[in-house]
Write a protein of this length. Structure first.
Length: 242
């Protein structure tokens, strides 16, 4: 498994050598978190029910917050606005693949056994324990940036786990190779899953996770997303078969 998620530098090389066009570029827009939308952008359409996500025309991997934000595409940061389909195309180009959920969780634990976090049992908080890049403060309005970052951190930042892997939780969600499934018997979960056919599984949480809303920076946590969707907090890393 790669020590880090795929970076903007890695992805730029792929784009330059293959001429690939990401799905966000094809669609002409992508989802941007509300406080990342440039002040001069104007009106941005909110997602019903989760209005902190905004549709921004021109947002893609090289302009993560929309037109004119190309300088926000820091080369050592994780590439974002990459769909599951885009991630698979990159993986094939480098001769690798996306990990399974079991592979990802085994790698994230770093040899520590059945622990909730890559570093062990200690819970991150808003006052002093910041072993990863997540939200501190009052989501979704106030981020105190106690961990040093408002959005993504460099792909190689914070302490690696016991296998030398960086940012296995927090920073950006990571696509896996698997479909999203949930074996819950709860009626409301079953109803929600009816609208998630074809969704793909992501692991690890992101810089937008906070215990009050999205307690998914735990190794066991998971999320499902449509394979053609892209956002400012979705990335991926590669594994290779020996």
């Amino acid at each position: 498994m790669a020590a880090t998620t795929v970076t903007n530098e890695d992805f730029a090389r792929f784009m330059s050598e293959t001429g690939y066009i990401t799905e966000a570029e094809e669609f002409g827009w992508s989802f941007v978190f509300h406080n990342q939308v440039p002040d001069d952008y104007g009106y941005s359409e909110a997602v019903p029910g989760i209005d902190w996500w905004r549709r921004v025309d021109g947002a893609n991997w090289s302009a993560p917050n929309g037109p004119g934000t190309e300088t926000d595409c820091l080369m050592d940061h994780p590439v974002v606005h990459v769909s599951w389909n885009d991630a698979r195309a990159y993986a094939a180009w480098v001769g690798g693949r996306l990990p399974t959920e079991a592979e990802w969780e085994h790698a994230a634990r770093g040899g520590l056994g059945d622990v909730p976090f890559p570093w062990g049992e200690i819970e991150p908080d808003d006052v002093g324990c910041t072993p990863c890049n997540i939200w501190q403060g009052r989501f979704p309005k106030l981020n105190t940036r106690l961990d040093g970052y408002e959005t993504t951190a460099p792909a190689k930042s914070f302490q690696p786990n016991g296998y030398g892997l960086y940012n296995m939780v927090g920073n950006v969600w990571e696509w896996t190779s698997e479909p999203y499934r949930n074996r819950s018997l709860k009626r409301q979960v079953k109803e929600r899953l009816k609208g998630m056919g074809g969704y793909k599984l992501s692991k690890g949480g992101s810089f937008l996770c906070h215990k009050s809303y999205c307690y998914r920076y735990r190794i066991a946590a998971r999320s499902g997303t449509s394979p053609d969707s892209s956002t400012t907090h979705q990335g991926f890393r590669i594994v290779w078969d020996t």
